[in-house]
Design a protein around this ligand. Structure first.
Ligand code: ARG
Length: 586
């Protein structure tokens, strides 16, 4: 399909050059599949202004070049200057297998993909889960189109919270609880610490705001607990063996828990370079910013300022070194940027987080541009997911609740599976429940435009109707069952023959698969692939309603078996790119 679109595009461009001269004519015009025709070109409208010609005149000049292509059955001008192309059935039939190959648009290029990145000893909130699922899908999609992808889990394993945790550990630890549920207990002592610190602050008459951090200077009025936490943090940063050992333990128990979740979700990373990895590069990073005149001193601290003229937009300053010499989240992000560019020379860096960090990354990318970073930098942000009451049964939003969410998904998916097929044996049912349950949680995240707010509901996520994992997975299982039945008759797949209308529509849909994947790779919006798979499953349904497979005469049956096979393959591969599995029977 790609090759054809490119051929039509360059032939059309050549036709325009011949008619009106080369000026303003791009080397290729865009032809794309469209719901109105097999292929459509809207370039005439887009170029009209630059070429100072009525769009219909341009379209008329293009038309003969399209008509003369051997794949084209018919090409017509419509409306303001659209060119609608109908392809020859014979071309379509012989190009079916184009649906199985991607154009290697990323070949020779590296992408650093920073996703999941939860914070150690803190709740892995729902945002980290969405980042994990979106990031994993992007990893697979980018690899499919030829990119070398470095999947990097930028763990939040450094920062002021560790001083607090160490104090909490010394004062409030319940050993037995820690043995049972280490991360749960770390969370509890952290929360306890925060409450106590807050109470001390109030007793001192200091204002307490929501999300109050210790970054604000409180010299005279600092609560005793906070002073203690700062002292522990200083010791940790200075390499005090006891505190370093504690810190390491916090990281290890948290990582063990994260890994359990990753394993269950089928997620894997190439690197886990957390914030701590950059710790010894922070001083040099700030020095470099100062030397290059990117950062400046301000009231004892070091900041970067942003102006509309230089950075494209005015933004609040970014603090990169505090007055007390401490570094920040943003400083380690600048260090990570330098490191990634130096080590992998990526052409793109993608960072997946929720919407609340948009300003942070706009600032970071502005700093990177001033440092001369040549890569395309993308903050792949997503809206926060709303959870109706009761979706999570235990501690809100943390790792444990994710596991209970997945348990619940599997339980509910088992009911769905039973309703579809009461004859499944227990072991098979459990596998269907696992695959469908996990799939529906993931698909629910992936199928909505990531920048819209979504609400999670079980009924929608697990519905067998609509754009859901169970719908697409069921379409796959149904095709596999058809294939098994027909194979029992000894039939084998064969070349496509004359195409019925729904059959033709199905092949055209299949041919769009590599385009859908490429679109996701370029736009970092996986929902386009969900939309595509949903459409493909629907096109299969229409085909199957109209076109018998098992009872067709042998050559037609063989052709339809081939079609079944390609649809099943594309559904399976497409779901796999989203990190979702299939089952052979449902
Ligand atoms: N740990 C951060 C958080 O939980 C996300 C890190 C994202 N990646 C980055 N390079 N800053 O909010």
């Amino acid at each position: 399909m790609h090759a054809l679109l490119e051929e039509l595009g360059s032939a059309a461009s050549a036709a325009l050059v011949k008619a009106f001269g080369a000026e303003g004519v791009p080397p290729t015009l865009v032809f794309e599949p469209s719901p109105r025709a097999d292929v459509q070109c809207t370039a005439a409208m887009q170029l009209a202004k630059a070429l100072r010609k009525p769009p219909r005149d341009l379209a008329a000049a293009i038309l003969p070049s399209v008509l003369s292509h051997p794949a084209v059955e018919k090409a017509e001008m419509a409306g303001a200057g659209f060119i609608n192309v109908t392809l020859r059935d014979a071309w379509i039939a012989t190009h079916l297998d184009d649906c199985l190959t991607h154009r290697p648009v990323g070949a020779g290029q590296t992408v650093v993909l920073d996703y999941s990145s939860p914070n150690v000893a803190k709740p892995m909130h729902i945002g980290h889960i969405r980042s994990t699922i979106l990031g994993e899908a992007m990893k697979r999609v980018l690899r499919a189109v030829g990119y070398t992808v470095v999947a990097d889990n930028h763990l939040g394993d450094w920062g002021t919270q560790f001083g607090k945790l160490i104090v909490g550990w010394r004062r409030y630890l319940d050993r037995a609880a820690y043995e049972r549920d280490p991360v749960g207990e770390l969370l509890r002592i952290y929360v306890k610490y925060t409450e106590e610190e807050r109470a001390q602050k109030q007793a001192l008459g200091a204002p307490v705001k929501e999300g109050d951090d210790d970054d604000a200077a409180l010299p005279a009025q600092a609560p005793a607990l906070l002073l203690e936490a700062r002292a522990e943090l200083v010791k940790l940063q200075a390499g005090d063996p006891e505190n370093v050992a504690l810190w390491k333990q916090f990281v290890d128990v948290s990582m063990a828990e994260f890994d359990r979740v990753y394993k269950r979700l089928g997620v894997s990373f190439d690197e886990v370079l957390g914030e701590s990895f950059y710790n010894d590069q922070l001083a040099a990073t700030v020095d470099e910013l100062l030397e290059k005149g990117i950062a400046e001193h301000s009231q004892g601290a070091v900041i970067v300022t942003f102006t509309k003229e230089r950075d494209g937009e005015a933004m609040p300053p970014m603090l990169v070194r505090k007055a007390d010499g401490g570094f920040l989240y943003g400083t380690s992000d600048i260090a990570a940027m330098r490191y990634r560019i130096g080590r992998w020379s990526p052409s793109r860096i993608l960072i997946v987080t929720d919407e609340r960090q948009q300003l942070h990354f706009r600032q970071l990318f502005a700093v990177a541009r001033r440092l001369g970073v040549p890569a395309r930098l993308e903050h792949v942000w997503f809206g926060l997911m709303r959870l109706p009451e009761g979706t999570f049964s235990t501690r809100d939003g943390n790792v444990i609740s994710l596991e209970s969410l997945l348990d619940e998904a599997e339980k509910r998916a088992a009911d769905v599976a039973r309703s579809l097929n009461a004859d499944l044996a227990e072991a098979e049912l459990a596998e269907v429940a696992r695959v469908v349950g996990l799939g529906s949680v993931k698909y629910n995240d992936l199928s909505k435009d990531r920048q819209t707010l979504i609400t999670f509901t079980w009924d929608k996520a697990l519905s067998l109707q609509g754009n859901t994992a169970p719908y697409v997975q069921y379409a796959y299982a149904r095709i596999r069952s058809i294939q098994r039945k027909v194979a029992e008759l000894g039939a084998v797949p064969g070349p496509l023959v004359a195409l019925e209308p729904t059959e033709r529509a199905l092949v055209m849909t299949l041919l769009r698969y590599p385009l859908a994947v490429e679109e996701v790779a370029m736009s970092s919006r996986p929902h386009a692939l969900c939309d595509y798979l949903f459409e493909l499953a629907g096109a299969f349904s229409s085909f199957f309603n109209d076109c018998p497979v098992k009872d067709a005469e042998p050559s037609v049956r063989a052709a339809r078996l081939t079609l079944c096979d390609r649809v099943a393959t594309v559904l399976r591969r497409g779901l796999d790119l989203l990190g979702i599995e299939v089952v052979e029977r449902m």
